[in-house]
Each structure stands twice: as structure tokens, then as C-alpha cells.
Design a protein. Structure first.
Length: 145
């Protein structure tokens, strides 16, 4: 039963990715996407740890809202600067499977203002962010006061 649940989660994730890439949730696209998802090799899905995977999937559902928010912020930046930061890998990812690690990486990279460059060690990602210069920030703060 657990293997069936793991397989179902994997198929649903693939189908969701297919629908997002094709930008279509029509029934014909979903059927075609399901066929493609079944034809892609599965690998060993029995190693998926559901305790780590379910919270990562729930956090991934928040991505479209974060993407829209960051897109608007990116439009409003007048003088962008590049920032390089180290972001912690979630504890569920460290203790979970490679699929949970992929979801953590996907969540960071999906938004327009951040991009994972590499994994420094087991605890940290090196992330490139687009930020606003400090003078723009100070000006915006003065304008709001």
C-alpha cells in the first residue's frame, strides 16, 4: 500500500510539472501528460520518505504566490544588485530522500529573484539573489515616512 501511495505522489508531481510547463489544464493535455509521465522511467521510488516529502510538497504549493510577489518586487527595483548568500537546507530535506532535496532546490530556484548556484555542504545552498541597492532602499523608506 505504501508503494502505491509513493507511486501516486510521484505521478501527480510529474503531471503537475507537465501542466505547469505546458500552461494548460485541459483534459486532453492532462491525459497526454499522464501518458508521458507513465512512460518516463521511475527509478526506485520505494526510497521516498513520506514524512519528509509531504511537508515539502505542501510548501511547494505556495510557489505561485511567491513567484508573483517576487515578480512585482523585481519590476519595482530601480538599481538591482547581485547578492550571494548561504541558505540553510531544510531539516526535512537533510533527513529525507533525494526527491525532497529536489523540491527544496526547486522552491528556491522557481522564484525570479533567486537561483541556487551549488550546494556548499550538507547544510547549505549557495544562492544568488537580485536585490535593491541600499540607496534605493533608504530612498523608499524616506518616501514612506
Amino acid at each position: 500500500m505504501t508503494n502505491f501511495i509513493r507511486l501516486s505522489i510521484l505521478l501527480l508531481f510529474r503531471l503537475l510539472c507537465w501542466c505547469l510547463v505546458t500552461s494548460s489544464f485541459e483534459s486532453s493535455n492532462i491525459i497526454f501528460g499522464l501518458v508521458v509521465c507513465v512512460l518516463i522511467p521511475f527509478g526506485d521510488f520505494r526510497k521516498l520518505q513520506l514524512k519528509a516529502l509531504i511537508p515539502e510538497l505542501l510548501l511547494t504549493l505556495r510557489l505561485p504566490f511567491d513567484m508573483l510577489k517576487e515578480s512585482i518586487q523585481l519590476i519595482l527595483i530601480q538599481h538591482p544588485i547581485d547578492l550571494f548568500v548561504h541558505e540553510k537546507v531544510s531539516s526535512r530535506t537533510r533527513n529525507g530522500s533525494r526527491f525532497a532535496e529536489f523540491l527544496d532546490l526547486f522552491r528556491i530556484t522557481f522564484t525570479p529573484m533567486s537561483l541556487v548556484l551549488r550546494r556548499i555542504d550538507i547544510d547549505q545552498w549557495r544562492v544568488h539573489l537580485v536585490g535593491s541597492s541600499q540607496s534605493d532602499y533608504d530612498q523608499n523608506v524616506r518616501d514612506t515616512l
